[in-house]
Design a protein around this ligand. Structure first.
Ligand code: FES
Length: 88
């Protein structure tokens, strides 16, 4: 699947099921992950520009202001997707 980090000018291929944070780390995208991927810090928040990620879960919801936001450490690849890194 094709993952595009639009504000970084970077595209990557990723297998379904991996987290967006794992994709970012594997391809050198400078994404903060202060809590280490445990949905506790909100530094990995991204905006979905186009496409789809796994459904939002209850762990993420307290951190998200609107539907297009996701925590990269919780969102898993399910299809092609384009995201923009957002300030935590
Ligand atoms: S890495 Fe901390 S919330 Fe995602």
């Amino acid at each position: 699947m094709r993952i595009r980090f639009v504000d970084r000018g970077l595209e990557a291929e990723a297998a379904p099921g991996v987290t967006l944070l794992e994709v970012a780390e594997a391809h050198g995208v400078p994404m903060e992950a202060a809590c280490g991927g445990f949905a506790a810090c909100n530094t990995c928040r991204v905006e979905v520009v186009e496409g789809q990620l796994s459904p939002r879960d209850d762990v993420e919801l307290p951190f998200l202001d609107h539907e297009g936001q996701r925590l990269a450490c919780q969102a898993r690849i399910v299809a092609d997707v384009t995201v923009r890194l957002a300030p935590g």
